[in-house]
Design a protein around this ligand. Structure first.
Ligand SMILES: C[S@@+](CC[C@H](N)C(=O)[O-])C[C@H]1O[C@@H](n2cnc3c(N)ncnc32)[C@H](O)[C@@H]1O
Length: 178
């Protein structure tokens, strides 16, 4: 028996990591996330977690208008459906009855994701805000549930794409655990 532990190459990893037939009913909504490297990271995450869709809104760069989104997202931009929407409020008006919509942001009303029950029969959409200004007030005024990730150090926020990875995999964990 081979007892040596070693990192799997691409072909071996493909065998070890079971693929899903259907996407998780989780979508990402990016409003004014301006750094193409962050946007590319969302594409990578959305492929890795086999998410339903990415909605790019406002001044968020797209794979078409910014080459860096393509590079960071590797081949993920080909595997994750996405659309661009200039006006996020029009988009939300259309999505509201199909999704449980959460705002991922630290607000005076947000609760820690540790305490949130994400189990749902509905699809889930997560809104993320700009790197410099966060989720804008007009979106907070829509009164969706706000969730945050606790910060234990001295800073007041984390990288937007990192925050998405934490929340997305927690939603998957809760909805796949028996
Ligand atoms: C860098 S943060 C926003 C910056 C922040 N408003 C500030 O004061 O500088 C960018 C986005 O990442 C997400 N984010 C970052 N840290 C978070 C946390 N601890 N909990 C929830 N969302 C977070 C939110 O969507 C936020 O709008």
């Amino acid at each position: 028996m081979n007892t040596k532990n070693y990192q799997l190459g691409y072909e071996e990893a493909k065998i070890k990591l079971p693929k899903r037939d259907d996407r998780f009913g989780i979508s990402i909504i990016l409003n004014n996330v301006s750094d193409p490297i962050n946007v590319g990271s969302f594409f990578r995450l959305s492929d890795n977690a086999y998410l339903e869709k990415i909605y790019l809104c406002g001044n968020t760069p797209t794979p078409e208008n910014n080459k860096k989104v393509k590079i960071t997202g590797k081949f993920s931009k080909k595997t994750t459906p996405y659309t661009y929407h200039e006006n996020i409020h029009d988009l939300l008006d259309n999505l509201e009855n199909q999704y449980d919509i959460y705002i991922v942001e630290i607000t005076n009303q947000s609760i820690s994701y540790f305490e949130n029950n994400f189990k749902s029969n509905k699809k889930i959409a997560l809104i993320f805000g700009s790197e410099s200004r966060g989720v804008e007030q007009s979106l907070l005024d829509r009164n969706y549930k706000c969730i945050h990730i606790p910060i234990y150090g001295y800073d007041y926020s984390m990288n937007v794409a990192n925050s998405a990875s934490i929340i997305v995999y927690e939603i998957i964990r809760q909805n796949t655990s028996k």
